[in-house]
Design a protein around this ligand. Structure first.
Ligand SMILES: *[C@@H]1O[C@H](CO)[C@@H](O)[C@H](O)[C@H]1NC(C)=O
Ligand SMILES: *[C@@H]1O[C@H](CO)[C@@H](O)[C@H](O)[C@H]1NC(C)=O
Length: 462
């Protein structure tokens, strides 16, 4: 996603550079045998991005249905058609020998709650989220052992309340041009309610279900890695700030019971305080941390040094860029700010291992953004194979240092609706013809299958 906001009175810098891609090839091959036999491999999807049928089976409207311009909708009781749908899906997965890893919230929320009390801006959401989670644990927990409360809340909070580019599209100057909102306050309130909603759901799971169902519950955070633009102390500090504002913002409270000190220093009293009751709830801890990792960028200080003001990361006061001295940090992809930097996987996992005492981790998303194009071209996805191979090699390398990573899921099974990019960016292992919905395996499907069966992988010809 794009982080386009401005910070303080930074100096505008305008340079035109001819950018050369630093091309390197990974000589490392990777083998299934480098991972423990209990290690889980899979692919990831999300309902909103692949299922369609937005009003089928009595589903009510979500904020993304409204945001993508569809009228109507109403609120109801627990929807038995929805329960049946996921019961059938879970049973079919188990029958095929696939363990379901279930996410309760992946960006969208019933529009009804947006209209009624402003969704994440109200503490009322905590109880409603707990109720929803309880319904899911009760209905599916006999067969589901892995629960994620939230997928990338750092993205939907930042984009929904700071830059205003995602629903509910709230923000204020200078961070964005929205009709309502307060970028200096609302992101922190929304996060407070997300963190406490997680804690509410986790507490219900611990108290009512975990002993019987023997599952794990965690949270999934979008996790870009940032390398300091230079070795100056301020750029290294900028990296710590960027990581705190991006990642530790959500995870520190769930492990240590409070927001990161790097954020308190900048935000002071604008960062909410956890009450005694909230702190007690936060003691439920995390069984695992889910890491969605795709890319690495350079990070440059904007707090103590002049810097271009167009791409800073909210109030972290940093500038992110994929380019230095006319050279990209890694191979380019179909997304402007996603580069292929496998060493970032090692660094990201090491950061989580060190900051959170080696809490069990899953790489819940990792994948390659491919531009849409003629089917025959898209099917020949050798760049995706190179990407997966190099990132898995990096993952197996960091696991040899003792990092407790338990699984890896490629984003995504299918080409899908990629939020603001619509259908123009294809992350799938399977090609989807969006007119006929016909699905065709890309070359990477064969590669992943061979890899998983432990067969020698053939480097495809380019
Ligand atoms: C980067 O691009 C080059 C040139 O296309 C390719 O040979 C190499 O395998 C790519 N590296 C990765 C890690 O994708
Ligand atoms: C807001 O709109 C103004 C005027 O069109 C524009 O100059 C500015 O860049 C916009 N700000 C953001 C953050 O999009």
């Amino acid at each position: 996603m794009r982080r386009a906001t401005s910070c303080g009175s930074a100096l505008a810098l305008c340079t035109i550079t001819i950018l050369l891609s630093l091309s390197y090839s990974s000589s490392e091959t990777v083998h299934r045998s480098q991972f423990p036999s209990s290690f889980l491999f899979g692919t990831a999807t999300s309902y909103y991005q692949v299922e369609g049928a937005y009003l089928a089976g009595h589903k009510s409207l979500s904020n993304w249905d409204i945001f993508t311009h569809i009228p109507g909708g109403r609120y109801g009781e627990v929807n038995s058609a929805g329960i049946d749908y996921y019961n059938n899906l879970i049973d079919a997965l188990l029958l095929a020998g696939i363990k379901p890893f279930v996410t309760l919230n992946h960006y969208d929320i019933p529009q009804e709650l947006e209209d009624r009390y402003g969704s994440w801006l109200s503490s009322e959401i905590q109880q409603d989220f707990g109720y929803f989670a309880d319904v899911c644990f009760e209905a599916f927990g006999d067969r589901v052992q892995y629960w994620t409360t939230f997928n990338e809340p750092n993205v939907f909070v930042y984009d929904g309340y700071l830059s205003g580019t995602y629903p509910p599209a709230r923000c204020s100057q200078p961070f964005g041009n929205c009709s309502a909102g307060d970028s200096a306050l609302e992101p922190y309130i929304a996060t407070h309610n997300v963190v406490l909603s997680h804690a509410t759901a986790a507490e219900i799971y611990r108290n009512k279900y975990q002993e019987k169902q023997r599952g794990m519950i965690g949270i999934v955070i979008s996790a870009h890695w940032y390398e300091p633009y230079s070795e100056t102390p301020v750029d290294r500090l900028a990296r710590e700030r960027a990581m705190a504002f991006q990642f530790a913002w959500f995870v520190d409270p769930l492990v240590y019971g409070d927001y990161p000190p790097e954020m308190r220093q900048v935000l002071g009293s604008r960062l909410p305080i956890f009450s005694a009751e909230a702190r007690r709830k936060l003691e439920t801890k995390l069984d695992f941390i889910g890491i969605n990792h795709y890319t690495t960028q350079y990070v440059k200080d904007c707090m103590f040094s002049p810097c271009p003001n167009s791409l800073s990361y909210g109030e972290a006061c940093v500038y992110l860029t994929g380019e230095k001295d006319g050279v990209y940090i890694g191979n380019q992809t179909a997304l402007d700010d996603f580069f292929v930097v496998p060493r970032g996987m090692e660094a990201m996992v090491t950061y989580v291992k060190e900051r959170y005492n080696n809490t069990p981790m899953f790489i819940t998303e990792n994948g390659y953004a491919q531009a849409t194009g003629p089917e025959s071209v898209v099917l020949h996805d050798t760049s995706r194979i190179a990407y997966l191979e190099s990132y898995l090699a990096a993952l197996s390398k960091v696991m040899r240092t003792g990092a407790d990573v338990r699984g890896y899921f490629t984003w995504s099974l299918l080409d899908n609706f990629e939020w603001l990019h619509g259908y123009l960016v294809r992350f799938g292992l399977y090609y989807v013809d969006f007119t006929t919905l016909q699905r065709t395996p890309k070359m990477s499907v064969k590669w992943y299958k061979n890899f998983l069966s432990g067969e020698e992988t053939q480097k495809p010809s380019m």
